[in-house]
Write a protein that binds this ligand. Sequence first.
Ligand SMILES: *Cc1c(COP(=O)(O)O)cnc(C)c1O
Length: 374
Amino acid sequence: QAVAAKVSAAYGVAVNSATSALHLACRALDLGPGDWLWTSPNTFVASANCARYCGARVDFVDIDPDTYNLSVEALATKLEQAKQNGRLPKILIPVHFAGQPCDMAAIAPLAERYGFKIIEDASHAIGARCDGEPVGACRHSDITVFSFHPVKLITTGEGGLATTNDPELAERMARLRSHGITRDPARMRTDSGQPMLHHAALGESVSAKPRLGEPVLHASTDPWYYQQLELGYNYRMTDIQAALGHSQLQRLDDYIARRHALAKRYDRLLADLPVQTPYQDPRHHSALHLYPIQVTDDETRHHAFQALRDAGIGVNVHYIPVHRQPDYQRFGFAKGDFPVAEAYYRRAISLPLYPSLTEAQQDIVCQRLGEALS
Ligand SMILES: *Cc1c(COP(=O)(O)O)cnc(C)c1O
């Protein structure tokens, strides 16, 4: 509830990871065999894997060379082709890469026109604003998913959360989070699949008269009674995790302000180096989960990365394009399928960015980077 309130959404469903939240979101939107889900290739594998858990197929939309988010132009083109092939997606997952919101106002009319649902993967973007509104408010989407993994903006150790404004989607995700079980008499069904409530209200025995040896189905008014309505999971967040998350949430705004101060400082310190610093879309307010720079070519990337790691600096690379993973080759994806994401990847290094990073440490990062690039 605290997260939902923070991001101006009606409902929040807390779970044990963003991966689980993505899976529940796909299930709640009835993704299944024969369906397609599209996402960005420049993301963590979880944004795509959720479709495969549901037996659906995955495809990707190449990224924008400035924002590194899914390109809306590429999406529009691909949708028009897919319409001709009868392969339109049921769900699109825009990923707010590095904390920078996707252009949701431009994506929403496409969802309307081509009839797909939207799950925002905001694993990098709690606290970000999209066109002035908090990411997670689901203004232009059905569901938004956050991650509280230790590397993310705020953490619960492991954890995730889905927000939505749709009471039915919230109910369905909450039910699937815990085995598909309900304790709400209004949701229960008789053996013949009829709603149970009016039977119980009439004081009737709900099930047909049990034959010998058959279990007795009790009336929905019995205080111990619950029903499994569909196959769910144990994806619950523990109270201990939630307590940590609640305390972390109070610090979110300070964390993001600090990230912005540090990113501006990086922009200045790197201005004379042969690197491209991350573009910030002025319409949005990034959560700045990552500070990904582009160096001149893949050899330079390799060298600079190694030099920084050797100096004890925790650089990383986000992301190996998902379609290049061995487990995705079986679907026919190949090198060159999403050239912008692949070119971005070859030159990418994420520099350390976290609230407790000091200016002195930042100076060392930039100095070592400068040496590696000279
Ligand atoms: C971290 C991450 C996930 C998965 O989050 P978990 O909480 O570890 O399951 C999904 N998508 C993106 C973009 C992520 O960065």
